[in-house]
Design a protein around this ligand. Structure first.
Ligand SMILES: Nc1nc2c(ncn2[C@@H]2O[C@H](COP(=O)(O)OP(=O)(O)OP(=O)(O)O)[C@@H](O)[C@H]2O)c(=O)[nH]1
Ligand SMILES: [Mg+2]
Length: 319
């Protein structure tokens, strides 16, 4: 497996427990130079544990439960897919809770609060939500965790962040999660119709695909994990509406046209069907609203269950 995934350029602040041994109490910078280093040093992250049993860096405590990782640049739709999936699963009888141990910051608590407040409504999550770890329980047993991370940790178009090398590294917390023993499904968004609109921006489209292939893909355990290439916001195209995808073949052809290198890597006969799949998705139709203080927010008409139903089927296929 290539050793190209780096994670140490911008180590996150670590709260060091007083109980850790000197061997454990080493800086993130030296420990996290590659994804493989991270995999060999999971105990280092225990040192980020605070006395309250919570973490100051994003940390998944449970090493066995399957994790759904939503991969996509800012505005590609990760949060809203997570919310849509959670709504669907709850209606199917699953229990949905936010995971309080993931990150011990006021901002994370606020993100969780926002998720919980909006789950029962048709008000979209605001763009301020950065991190979410949502636990899914079936008959009292935890069956999955859904992870949302800031889009810029997957790809940024911000010139200043690019200059700082943001697209050339993987954040240490992500590297740790990717190399953990949890089975994972990567829902990788093909960004075509976000605000950034990769449909109209070949440079960023290609470099997002390239970044995925060089920085993330090598850390994915294809024997165990699965990649769902997801063409989101399909309602913005001629291939689907909020009621369903009307032309799956056309959508795939369109996606292949825009993401040749990604599909070239993922193709490869029947064998690969276990590892990769292409799907379309739509959360809903969005409309801008204004509250009485003049703040803008969005509501959405929830799209058909067929989208989360089919996505969930693919996510759990290998579990
Ligand atoms: N038409 C349409 N718009 C969508 C859909 N899903 C999301 N959007 C729009 O895209 C915006 C961004 O979606 P988010 O889910 O917040 O995007 P994100 O990937 O979580 O973005 P970051 O958290 O910044 O990384 C939403 O506020 C909606 O306006 C969809 O299915 N159809
Ligand atoms: Mg988001």
């Amino acid at each position: 497996m290539p050793k190209i995934v780096t994670g140490g350029d911008a180590p996150q602040q670590t709260v060091v427990s007083e109980n850790v041994s000197p061997e454990e109490n080493v800086s993130n910078e030296t420990q996290l130079s590659t994804v493989e280093n991270v995999a060999q040093q999971p105990q280092t992250y225990q040192s980020a544990q605070t006395p309250a049993g919570m973490f100051a860096t994003p940390t998944i405590v449970n090493n066995t439960v399957p994790v759904v990782v939503f991969v996509g640049p800012p505005s590609s739709g990760k949060s809203m897919i997570l919310v849509r999936l959670a709504k669907y699963l709850r209606n199917q009888g699953y229990t949905i809770t936010t995971d309080p141990t993931f990150l011990n910051t006021p901002a994370y608590q606020q993100d969780c609060q926002e998720f919980n407040d909006k789950l029962n409504t048709v008000v979209a999550l605001s763009g301020t939500v950065k991190f979410l770890l949502v636990n899914v329980y079936q008959n009292g047993r935890e069956i999955a965790k859904l992870l949302e991370a800031p889009g810029e940790d997957f790809y940024t178009t911000d010139p200043e962040l690019i200059r700082q090398g943001k697209n050339m590294r993987v954040e240490p917390y992500l590297a740790t999660i990717m190399t953990s023993t949890n089975p994972k499904s990567y829902v990788t968004l093909l960004d075509l119709d976000s605000d950034i609109s990769f449909r109209n921006d070949q440079y960023h489209r290609d470099s997002y695909a390239q970044r995925f292939l060089t920085h993330f893909y090598p850390a994915i355990n294809l024997d165990r994990d699965r990649i769902v290439l997801l063409y989101n916001k399909i309602d913005k195209t001629m291939f689907g509406t909020i009621n369903g995808c009307t032309d799956a073949k056309g959508a795939r052809k369109d996606a292949e046209l825009y993401y040749r290198q990604l599909f070239a890597r993922m193709r490869g006969g029947l064998f690969n069907m276990e590892q990769f799949v292409f799907k379309t998705f739509c959360t809903g139709m969005f409309a801008k609203q204004m509250d009485n203080l003049g703040n803008e927010y969005q509501t959405y008409n929830v799209a058909d269950d067929i989208y989360p139903r089919e996505l969930w089927k693919e996510i759990v296929k290998k579990w």
